[in-house]
Design a protein around this ligand. Structure first.
Ligand code: FES
Length: 160
């Protein structure tokens, strides 16, 4: 794993925080460690296509999950929903180099949150962005409490 990229992503994480005007949001919890990531997406029209204008995230996860989420929110900008859906955890974490086996699920959790947010977006890919698909939901803290984080293994996918 590329430690300097990891450290720079952690010392200056990009797109960290809730996005109040998002078009969609997705949340996934890892069954491996009980951590969670939530990702928000905002679309725009560009050259007749609907593309991701910006993305943001919140994470109750390890440093690797935060770093991958930060990198992912940058990598998916300008991509269509279909292009972003094709991105694997390996691609999203590529700037960090290969993740050690114990950290592979961290990237997969980010991929899961991205896919949940992409699939929560109800408009057809080429349609103009209209309104919002209820991007606000329970806070991540609420979700953690509801999931009973201390209970250990959880897997939650919310599409509100
Ligand atoms: Fe659980 Fe990294 S997200 S250890």
């Amino acid at each position: 794993m590329n430690e300097s990229t990891l450290q720079s992503a952690l010392s200056n994480p990009q797109n960290l925080g809730e996005m109040p005007d998002a078009d969609s949001v997705g949340t996934v919890g890892s069954p491996d460690c009980g951590d969670m990531v939530r990702m928000w997406l905002k679309y725009k029209e560009k050259d007749g296509k609907k593309v991701i204008d910006k993305a943001s995230f919140q994470s109750f996860g390890c440093q690797t999950a935060i770093a991958v989420a930060s990198l992912a929110t940058e990598l998916i900008r300008g991509k269509t929903k279909e292009e972003a859906l094709l991105m694997s955890a390996e691609e999203l974490s590529a700037p960090l180099g290969p993740l050690p086996p114990m950290k592979i699920h961290c990237g997969q959790m980010v991929e899961g949150a991205l896919k949940a947010a992409l699939e929560a977006e109800s408009n057809t890919p080429s349609a103009p962005v209209v309104g919002s698909s209820q991007p606000t939901g329970p806070t991540l803290v609420d979700s953690l409490h509801a999931a009973g984080k201390s209970a250990g293994k959880i897997k939650i996918v919310m599409r509100s």
